[in-house]
Ligand binder design. Structure first.
Ligand code: GLN
Ligand code: ZN
Length: 754
């Protein structure tokens, strides 16, 4: 059985790409130095895959920022203000990714969204009426040739036309259909050129096929592929799907004149029964067997059982999705051998593919060794945790009194002005902040010195927040490296990797902690600094926690108990923390659920039954026991919850802040239509870009919000935490924000008097 992968992580074993790109952004290196680093990483990764024994290597899975942006760039889907700007090609590329601001140029970044059910974010391409689809970049050809020069034949990977069109935005008045013809021709041009260069195969990634497809979408897909396959230039086509099953389109897929179909058997078990209805003899099946999302060793016996059910011999062993979603290599971790042997990162997964194919070929020792690993008792169970979960009743999940009563009590209690201003929690994590934390961790400085440093940061920023007259302050989260790891460190049952970085977006990596056993809180986590901060000021300071669903979704979960059970364990631990904060005088507590939507099933039918029915109650469990006058906030990144608004309201928080500035406030109409009761802080500016919004611009946004949401329900805040931003832009932007809020407030008061 031959083996292959869908894609490999590109940040580099030690995040070399991140550091080089950031240096380029800071003008510390030039374009050719950045490209040299990128080229070196590609070489290393191709050779690693090849030398591990994997048969088919891929190219063009690499990106300097994001694959969908690459694809948009490749096909010249570039907004006209960027296209006509005097920037270089690479500068345009990065301008789309992160905005560009100079004396003469002011470009906003493209919106960013979560890539299906992962924590990877892609940039949303924008088609305009004047967009002229044509080939605009040679990246895919260059990388194919680059590998060839190393004597490695590759299968170039490209996001397919259906997924590209499904994920893109369109200027009003145009739609996907308008671009099918030009796009088909452009893809065919790519096929032609690749064929000339000597390529045999191309992989078209079409993950959008695993979502619910409407009649129109199916028609669009078929229209595109019938056109495309009319002239495929003798290039063999692998149509690759992942993250689920293709139930809506399977029967059509097998009739297309493509050469191979890639299916995911990890997240799409239903694919097996689809296959059993028949699979054509003239096609290869790329079988996604090795989990590309989790970091546990593969249980070969289970994988063999899947392989046995496949109705074809023409199988290529594959990962379930790109290895982009797992870290580089377990070799860079310091876990004890007993622990380490249970894990498999990207590099080890390559070996698993090879081993599994060897087992299929008859090498049974490898299977026995693998079986032994799964026969041992591994997980640390905790009877006390299990008991607590068992004693939960329906009342445990409901906060009393009901929302409307609490809202009145809280208005009296807090006496906040109309349109209260606040931030989402973190302030810039400067080099100094990160270095000091690292030095403390390495024991180069003692607790007292470290504490003094953090206290000083908090003091400075509290004072500044008072100066610009924000209404609800935050302590700034300087003591936190990451919103999940920081909590995990004080929760039993968690393991932390040293180098387990996974790309989240562009140059940003996250290091998801690993849930190893039953979870409980070992000590208070945030009380010390929240309490300290509240003592320094007469204004309200928000306590800042991460919610259970996000902690789970941003961790590598266990595979031996359900996600629901792990989440409830975390919820009980965070509940203790909330009650501790309250006891220590913190009256406003924000429980972030930045990643709530992440594990929402891709199929609508499964939303509630498989996810929301336990995820939302898990959140409520965390705050169900607080006093009526304690105000609970939550925060979600991205406003992509238009379709689950009732569920969000059922979280029963008092206030929710969310990203809205990049998505044009579309959500507000839906909130209104759904009689959303929770107070809202739709982000009034985009924090993912260093661009500074003017007071007028923010005021315009506030007016747009006021047009749709009752004024007494509105909070004014940025999109998200400010930890990735510089101090200068943060201060300027927030100053403009408070100024804009004051203008808006004044206008409202004048208006009210009339
Ligand atoms: N409180 C967190 C912060 O401000 C929230 C981050 C997030 O939503 N990703 O950094
Ligand atoms: Zn956020």
């Amino acid at each position: 059985m031959t083996t292959t992968i869908i894609g490999f992580p590109r940040l580099g074993e030690f995040r070399e790409l991140k550091f080089a790109t950031e240096k380029y952004f800071r003008n510390e290196i030039n374009e050719s130095e950045l490209q040299a680093t990128a080229k070196e990483l590609r070489r290393k990764h191709w050779q690693l895959v090849k030398e591990s024994g994997v048969d088919e290597v891929v190219s063009n899975d690499f990106s300097l920022y994001d694959n969908l942006l690459d694809t948009a760039f490749l096909f010249n889907i570039i907004p006209s203000n960027v296209e006509t700007s005097p920037l270089s090609s690479l500068e345009k590329f990065f301008a789309l990714a992160r905005g560009h601001q100079s004396e003469t140029i002011d470009i906003k970044a493209l919106p960013m969204k979560k890539w299906f059910n992962t924590n990877y974010h892609y940039l949303v391409p924008k088609f305009e009426k004047i967009t002229k689809v044509k080939i605009n970049s040679s990246k895919i050809f260059d990388e194919y040739q680059e590998a060839k020069a190393l004597d490695i034949e590759t299968r170039p990977v490209l996001i397919g036309p259906f997924t590209l069109l499904s994920l893109a935005d369109f200027e009003e008045g145009i739609s996907a259909k308008d671009f099918v013809n030009d796009l088909t021709i452009a893809y065919q041009d790519i096929f032609k050129e690749l064929k000339v260069l000597g390529a045999q195969w191309i992989q078209l990634d079409e993950p959008s096929l695993v979502t619910d497809l409407s009649v129109e979408q199916k028609a669009l897909f078929l229209d595109i592929y019938h056109n495309l396959l009319n002239d495929k230039q003798d290039l063999k086509i692998l149509l690759q799907t992942y993250f689920g099953d293709v139930r809506d389109i399977y029967q059509d897929l097998i009739q297309l004149s493509i050469d191979a179909i890639g299916l995911d058997f990890v997240e799409g078990p239903k694919n097996i029964s689809l296959l059993q209805t028949g699979f054509p003899a003239d096609k290869k099946l790329y079988a996604g067997i090795i989990n590309g999302k989790n970091i546990w060793r593969n249980q070969y016996q289970k994988s063999l059982a899947i392989l046995q059910q496949l109705p074809t011999q023409n199988v290529v062993l594959n990962t379930s999705c790109s290895l982009l979603h797992v870290p580089f290599s377990i070799e860079n971790e310091e876990f004890p051998v007993e622990v380490k042997k249970h894990f498999s990162y990207a590099t080890e997964k390559l070996n698993e593919l090879v081993e599994l194919s060897e087992i299929v070929a008859g090498k049974s020792e490898k299977l026995e060794k693998n079986q032994a690993l799964f026969q041992q008792e591994r997980f640390t169970k905790d009877p006390k945790v299990e008991e607590k979960i068992a004693s939960l009743t329906p009342e445990s999940y409901i906060r009393q009194p009901a929302f409307e009563k609490r809202e009145l009590l809280q208005r009296k209690e807090f006496q906040l002005p109309l349109l209260p201003t606040t931030t989402i929690g973190s302030f810039p994590q400067t080099k100094e902040v990160k270095q000091t934390r690292a030095r403390f961790k390495k024991k180069e400085i003692d607790q007292k010195t470290y504490d003094q440093f953090i206290a000083q940061q908090i003091d400075n920023w509290l004072q500044w927040q008072e100066e610009i007259d924000l209404d609800v302050l935050v302590h700034g989260e300087f003591e936190r490296n990451d919103m999940v790891e920081y909590f995990g460190q004080n929760l039993a049952g968690y393991l932390f990797s040293k180098n387990g970085w996974v790309q989240s977006y562009g140059t940003r990596g996250v290091k998801p902690p690993i849930i190893w056993g039953d979870i409980y809180r070992t000590a208070p986590i945030t009380v010390k600094w929240s309490k300290y901060a509240q003592k320094q000021t007469n204004k309200w300071v928000k306590g800042m926690l991460t919610g259970p669903v996000t902690i789970l979704n941003w961790s590598f979960p266990r595979e031996d108990i359900s996600l629901k059970e792990s989440t409830l364990q975390i919820a009980l631990a965070i509940q203790e923390e909330v009650l501790d904060l309250e006891k220590n005088g913190i009256r406003i507590i924000q429980i972030d659920e930045a990643a709530l939507r992440e594990k929402l099933p891709l199929r609508k039918n499964d939303w509630y039954s498989e996810y929301l029915d336990w995820a939302i109650p898990a959140f409520r469990l965390v705050h169900s026991k607080v006093q009526p006058q304690t105000q609970i906030h939550t925060h979600m990144c991205y406003s992509e919850f238009t379709d689950i608004i009732p569920a969000i309201d059922q979280m029963d928080a008092d206030v929710i802040s969310f990203e809205a500035s990049r998505s044009n406030l579309e959500i507000l109409d839906e909130l209104k239509a759904n009689h959303f009761k929770t107070q809202v802080g739709p982000g009034v500016y985009d924090i993912h870009s260093p661009r500074i919004p003017s007071t007028e611009e923010i005021k315009t946004t506030i007016d747009a919000i006021l047009a749709k949401v009752p004024q007494e329900k509105i909070w004014i805040n940025p999109d998200c935490g400010l930890k990735t931003r510089g101090i200068k832009e943060t201060k300027a932007s927030l100053q403009n924000m408070t100024a804009a809020a004051k203008f808006a407030r004044k206008e409202l008061l004048i208006h009210d008097k009339k």
